[in-house]
Design a protein around this ligand. Structure first.
Ligand code: NDP
Length: 454
């Protein structure tokens, strides 16, 4: 498989893809390895994970540079991602043991009832390229701590990072027959669906997620879907510093070139603030340095996948055809690499794909609304349900709008953030099940009830 640098379109490396035979062998090894891993104490498993985290931080420069060169993420954002992943690992290291410990439900003279938690077995972790460390650790860290073996399938666009993660895991003491990275495209992912695995944990697009869910359903094993979003943001008329809000919104929309599952994907602004917001937003986006992902201080690098350029061009053409105003950008940048101009569209509405379909790129529509009711109706007008952001000075106003949002997360005066302390979950086309927090640890175990009469 050829690994291409999206900043330059140059070949970085060729790697050997797995085959159906090699995947089968890996599965058989993991099936055996999982038993002894689960028999180790949780403390010894956590020790390996701590070493993995230390190595991530020690090798952050080289890991960041590999990540930037293969997915096109600017270097400082790669560093942020790896540090963020280390922080999430801390959460799992600090909390898993207690959450996984056996608890007594009832203790009476003649009756005791307990709940213990057992690992699922060998699980598939089919992962996305946009934050391979962050979305990876959400799954493989709690899965390993709980005593599972992990068959890890990174996206073909983050293969080198996947192989680095595997190397660091093994160096940290996680046995080779407990964590294994397989290399290949969606076809190799398909092999995992044919294996009798004990759980499927998928991060990726709605389209692939729906397909995998259909394939896996007859196996009757846990299946979890962390899918895309069309995340709305609303600025009510109850705000003072519109320029600061516009700057924050621009970062929420364009960080990682808009290739974040929880990127701000559509913005609604109360008509009282609309013009000021749009002007400040456009000025902010114009200031973003564009360049090679490996250059210092670049904020906008290339898209990771060449074919996303056509998706963005189509969204722009569709919006402009239907009456949108192109305030900034709108086309691919004429240079080598998969670059697209940061793009701002106004005078948009929900007949346009840019306001209804995931863009996953540096493009945003900003729509004026007359009141909170109109904002709520538009924010809810989606099949997705990952996050919703509401900006207002008034917490009560936030809560009165937030309770209507059919999304796994609501943000007050912030956006595009993930915290390990609370569940990360989608609704509708954004998927189901939770990663992170207590829920995201329990996702990797099955409860066993012990009902004991004396
Ligand atoms: P894809 O759905 O294209 O791919 C996801 C993974 O599935 C990749 O590893 C891919 O392999 C693999 N795959 C593709 N086809 C199959 C198949 N038939 N069987 C098994 N595996 C398969 O998503 P992207 O990688 O493009 O990720 C971007 C999407 O992920 C966006 O929609 C984004 O919003 C979402 N996402 C959601 C997150 C969340 O927490 N909710 C977090 C991060 C991203 P390959 O790439 O090699 O083809």
């Amino acid at each position: 498989m050829k690994i291409i640098n999206p900043s330059t379109e140059e070949l970085i490396k060729e790697v050997q893809e797995d085959s159906s035979e090699s995947v089968q062998k890996v599965y058989e090894a993991l099936k055996k390895g999982q038993i002894s891993w689960a028999n180790q104490s949780v403390d010894s498993r956590i020790e390996c994970i701590k070493k993995f985290k230390e190595a991530l931080l020690e090798q952050i420069d080289s890991l960041g540079s590999i990540l930037s060169s293969e997915v096109g993420k600017p270097l400082n954002q790669s560093g942020n991602e790896i540090r963020g992943a280390a922080g999430r690992i801390d959460y799992f290291v600090d909390n898993s043991k207690e959450i996984l410990s056996t608890r007594t439900a009832v203790k009476e003279p003649n009756l005791e009832e307990e709940v213990s938690f057992e690992p699922l077995g060998v699980i598939a972790n089919i992962s996305a390229w946009n934050y391979p460390y962050l979305v990876g650790v959400n799954v493989f860290i709690p899965a390993l701590i709980a005593g599972n073996a992990v068959l890890y399938k990174p996206s073909e666009f983050s293969t080198l990072t996947g192989l680095e993660i595997e190397r660091l895991m093994h160096e940290a003491g996680v046995p080779k027959d407990v964590f294994k990275c397989i290399v290949g495209s969606g076809d190799i992912g398909q092999q995992l669906l044919d294996l009798p695995l004990d759980g499927y944990f998928f991060t990726g697009s709605h389209k692939t997620g729906q397909y995998i869910y259909e394939q896996v359903a007859p196996k009757m094993v846990p299946c979890q879907m962390e899918l895309g979003g069309k995340d709305p943001m609303y600025v009510s008329n109850n705000n003072d510093d519109i320029v600061a809000i516009a700057k924050g919104a621009a970062e929420g929309a364009f960080y990682n070139n808009g290739q974040s599952c929880c990127a701000v994907e559509r913005i609604y602004v109360h008509e009282d603030h609309y013009d000021q917001f749009v002007n400040a937003f456009v000025e902010e986006v114009k200031s973003y340095p564009i360049g090679l992902s490996t250059e210092e201080n670049v904020f906008i690098g290339p898209l990771t996948r060449e074919n996303q350029i056509a998706v963005l061009e189509n969204q722009v053409a569709d919006a402009v055809d239907k009456g949108a105003e192109l305030k900034l950008g709108g086309q691919a940048i004429d240079r080598s690499g998969y670059y697209f101009q940061p793009t701002v569209l106004t005078n948009v509405n929900h007949d346009m794909e840019v306001m209804t379909e995931e863009s996953f790129g540096p493009i945003i529509g900003i729509q004026s609304v007359k009141d909170n009711e109109e904002a709520i109706a538009l924010m809810k007008d989606t099949r997705y349900g990952l996050t919703s952001a509401i900006y207002t000075k008034d917490k009560e106003e936030f809560r009165s709008i937030g309770k209507h949002m059919n999304s796994g997360t609501v943000y007050w005066n912030c956006c595009d953030r993930v915290s390990a302390n609370v569940p990360w979950s989608g609704r509708g086309n954004s998927g189901f099940g939770s990663t992170l927090s207590e829920e995201g640890i329990k996702a990797f175990v099955r409860p066993k009830a012990w009902q004991m009469r004396f």
